[in-house]
Design a protein around this ligand. Sequence first.
Ligand code: ZN
Length: 469
Amino acid sequence: MGSQVKDHVDFAYELDLVVKPDSTVPLLGREFNYYVGSGIPLFSIGGGYLRYVLQQVLVGFHARRGYFIAETPIIASSELFKLSGHMDFYRGNMFVFDIEGKEFVIKPMNCPYHLLLFLNHVARYRGKVRLPFKVFEVGRVHRYEPSGSVYGLLRVRGFTQDDAHIIALESDALDTVFNVFKEMVQLLEGVFGLEVGSENIYIRLSVSDKSLIGREFMGTLEEWEAAERALEEASRAIEGKYGVSRVVGVGEAAFYGPKIDVMMVVKGGATAKEWQMGTIQFDFNLPRRFKVYDVVKELYGDTRVFIIHRALLGSIERFLGGYLELSKGRLPVHLAPLQIAITLIKTGDEGVDKEIESRALELKNKLLENGFRVGIKETTKTSIGGDIRHIETTIKPPILVFIGEKEVKESTLTLSIYTKKGRTRKQLKVKNVTEAVEEIEKIVGEEEAKIKEIAGVNPRIPADLTHTL
Ligand code: ZN
């Protein structure tokens, strides 16, 4: 069993990010699968913290970059998706149902709602709305996938996109694409600590087969050429600036437009897995169907615009799947469900133990006050080895604090901090609870400063997670 390779699903369960579907834990006398269908990952307690933190970061990140923040409903009248054309060409992937004789759908994508928001906004404020118009949503979508193809967090029936739509003048297309990629880099590096120029990330440019435009690829040759020129130039600039390798797929574009996809590669031994993450896609179908060209012509003069779909992470679920494998379940301190585990090593001596306990409690309360997610683990000198091994292979807190007899005698506390470089822990002795809190503030603060810089928020969700230890 020792050589068994763990995948994202194992890491997700270990960290308590999602609930294990084949759980043998008796649940109302039934197996988990009985109540929750396949392809619908249920995020667990740990996953809840991670998602709320991520959501705050994503909202702040986009709002300060000129995106309007939206929140659109999960269900929609099928009329909206008839207008977008999805009821014709995508119905097989959609969940369609009836309410009082009227047809409704669960939205498989957010675009139609975002275009309604655009049209409403420009109708209301007329030509005052500046282009590019950008609207963002942490949007939950559902699509039908055959039960045979659903897998972990990677292929699911319900997922969440960090989704935005940009309506940009043709003259702004190149800048827009390049800016979106810049945003992607800021997010991947600043929040997830990924290296965009590394071998783990490459971009794939998918363009049309020119001979099939007007038949298999909808829109005009002019539109395709302008969009592909912007994508080509932007992707070359990206390659040059960030050192990301680039693959071009001729004839691989979507029928509605060309695109750039960002791929994550995880190498494990002889095998390499890859997943699509972020995407930047042009669309020549929706502007026609939503009469965007007519509206823009009326309000802004006879200028052509592009509609661009873009997601920086793509599906948050799928992104997490790849990220967990890449990071081997070691999340950075601002994303870790449990940030700090206080390990209290009991001695059997009542006086010493009392002192140990009171210090651990004092530290826990101070850390909670400061907004951290913390838990206390009670152990003894003889069982500490096993307990630490368990913690390190399950919830993996980036920071451990030890309080035992030695610490009480020396009047110190020992911090053990996980560092990404070398994938190991370094020990640090501090004098007291105040110093420990200061040191932890410094460690977390360093990570948070990067997020503050790019997203303008400092997301902290205080939680006592002692029960997870
Ligand atoms: Zn879209």
